[in-house]
Design a protein around this ligand. Structure first.
Ligand SMILES: Nc1ncnc2c1ncn2[C@@H]1O[C@H](COP(=O)(O)OP(=O)(O)OP(=O)(O)O)[C@@H](O)[C@H]1O
Length: 274
């Protein structure tokens, strides 16, 4: 007799449409979206400006609801997953509270969830070490660089040990060197925590470097045009020198061609080749 192992997807998006009622009429932001993200998998969403990347992430995060179709997170509704704090979320702006220290910012979700002060202190110390901010726990956000602020935001998102991280251009405001460094750090952190990640980006190399699969979207209405698997080995084993590897450039070309419907072409509006 063979044993069957039942695994629950991290994210299951089924036949999702999203229509906004705007003053100028209806905007069909998403149409017929089907997407499954496996536990521990790193999936990036890329596509031209306005193709619905942020809208899709917001539906997964239960910050908005689909017009039709369904979104499940670890087998429950997106709403229930939010209530159960099954995911952490990080945006382009770190969104830290300026009057709270680094440690107190990271502690916030734990305090809101009623963790004891001993538990909170121990978990905050673990998280500060995880994101490499030892010695900065007592500092305030305005004393930190942009990259350090994003580390705090990532630590805060991980506070409740979520098995899913939702990230909307978290490194978009960083300079190129800091951005590459943070990408490598994010892969280390996601390997250490085992969390699945859904990551919105405008950068093709960023999507390629980070992802197991890159989801390429097309606009008006926002659809999934292609899903490109990255033949670059496990994300946990990727290091900086991958950026100079021929296989890396091949994957960049594959994503760029998918963005242009298979034809080699110049850059799509809102998508960066750097
Ligand atoms: N609250 C809203 N009301 C009306 N229209 C909206 C709303 N939110 C998004 N849209 C529209 O839905 C479409 C998709 O927007 P969304 O922000 O998801 O795109 P995006 O791919 O993340 O864009 P960008 O790359 O520029 O951030 C756009 O046409 C946008 O104008």
């Amino acid at each position: 007799m063979t044993e069957s192992v039942i695994t629950t997807d991290a994210v299951t998006v089924t036949a999702v449409d999203k229509v906004f009622e705007a003053a100028a009429g209806q905007v069909v932001a998403l149409s017929g979206i089907d997407l499954v993200v496996e536990p521990g998998e790193f999936v990036s969403l890329i596509g031209p400006s306005g193709c619905g990347k942020s809208t899709l992430l917001r539906l997964i995060a239960d910050l908005d609801t689909p017009s039709s179709g369904s979104v499940e997170v670890f087998g429950t509704s997106a709403h229930q997953a939010r209530v159960d704090q099954k995911y952490g979320i990080a945006f382009q702006q770190a969104g830290l509270l300026p009057w709270r220290s680094v440690a107190a910012n990271i502690a916030l979700p734990l305090e809101l969830h009623g963790s004891s002060s001993v538990e909170t202190r121990e978990r905050v110390a673990e998280l500060i070490a995880l994101v490499g901010l030892d010695d900065f726990g007592d500092r305030y956000p305005d004393e930190l660089s942009g990259g350090m602020q994003q580390r705090v935001a990532i630590a805060r998102a991980l506070a409740k040990k979520p098995e899913l991280l939702l990230m909307d251009e978290p490194f978009g405001a960083l300079d190129e060197m800091t951005r590459e460094y943070m990408q490598t750090e994010l892969l280390r952190i996601s390997a250490e925590t085992g969390a699945a990640v859904v990551f919105v980006t405008h950068s093709i190399p960023e999507a390629v470097y980070l992802s197991d699969r890159v989801v390429v979207m097309s606009p008006r209405p926002g659809r999934i045009a292609a899903v490109v698997p990255m033949a670059l080995g496990s994300t946990a084993s990727r290091a900086d020198d991958l950026r100079e590897d021929g296989a890396f450039f091949e994957m960049i070309t594959a994503v760029r061609e998918a963005l242009h419907g298979g034809a080699p072409a110049s850059s799509a509006r809102g998508v960066e080749n750097r």
